[in-house]
Design a protein around this ligand. Structure first.
Ligand SMILES: Nc1ncnc2c1ncn2[C@@H]1O[C@H](COP(=O)(O)OP(=O)(O)OP(=O)(O)O)[C@@H](O)[C@H]1O
Ligand SMILES: [Mg+2]
Length: 230
């Protein structure tokens, strides 16, 4: 059982498209590679909803008195998420150590099998979840996501500082036009920090409606860039 590359999809700002982009990249890359998704957003998991598999649960396997979870397979992608396991309204009041424990357990008790890529859908922010992911999941790379607006770009700087501190290499960033407006920000500030621009994703009504069956062609370019960069 081996995972070749682990890529965390992250931004400090919430709602910029991390979960949608994680699912879209995974779907695109699953055409040619073995792909998994770990939804590390314990308070607000979304992958089970994006793949319309809310009703499914990972199978529990007992091995030498230890419990393991078989990921749910959707569209050839191995997925595990707290969304399958716990009532989200209960998780909402968890403190930091419980959150960290949940991420650790999700990663380590899942029987991922052989994967070329495991994508980790990160929660917003830069708190406990990031420290746990860095120490327990040890991603090979972070892939940053931002919208072009001032506040998201400003917050991205925090992600960059954090990943530098955690010694996690950054593949680059993706600009996501979730607001369907003419983008005026050229992301110069991010590029000056040495982070390369991988692609820009246009506003897309299917993505807006969480329908990921007809992905725009930019996801082919993003997949190619990932294959080249790892
Ligand atoms: N390119 C796009 N075009 C249209 N809508 C988009 C696009 N990308 C994301 N969205 C929409 O923007 C909203 C936020 O996306 P998403 O939930 O993927 O962001 P997130 O960064 O994972 O949020 P959170 O920080 O809460 O985890 C969703 O409603 C999604 O459908
Ligand atoms: Mg999300």
């Amino acid at each position: 059982m081996a995972i070749k590359k682990i890529i965390a999809i992250a931004s400090a700002k919430g709602g910029v498209g991390k979960s949608s982009i994680t699912a879209a990249i995974a779907l695109n890359m699953a055409k040619t590679s073995k792909v998994g998704i770990l939804d590390a957003d314990i308070y607000g998991p979304n992958q089970h909803i994006l793949f319309n598999i809310e009703h499914l649960k990972p199978k529990v396997i007992l091995k030498k008195d230890k419990k393991y979870l078989e990921p749910v397979i959707a569209k050839d992608i191995a997925i595990n998420s707290m969304g399958f396991l716990l009532d989200e309204t209960k998780v909402a009041i968890w403190r930091g150590p419980m959150l960290s424990g949940a991420i650790r357990q999700l990663m380590n008790s899942t029987l991922w099998g052989d994967l070329d890529y495991l994508f980790v859908d990160m929660p917003p922010g830069t708190g406990d979840a990031y420290l746990t992911v860095a120490s327990e999941i040890k991603p090979d790379y972070a892939l940053l996501v931002t919208t072009a607006n001032k506040l998201a770009v400003h917050d991205l700087q925090k992600s960059i500082i954090l990943f530098n501190k955690l010694d996690i290499k950054m593949m680059g960033f993706i600009g996501n036009n979730i607001a369907n407006i003419q983008e005026t920000n050229d992301f110069g500030f991010i590029k000056e920090l040495g982070i390369s621009h991988i692609s820009s994703i246009p506003f897309n009504l299917d993505i807006y409606n969480s329908n990921l069956d007809n992905l725009p062609s930019c996801f082919d370019d993003i997949s190619k860039s990932i294959e080249e960069l790892v």
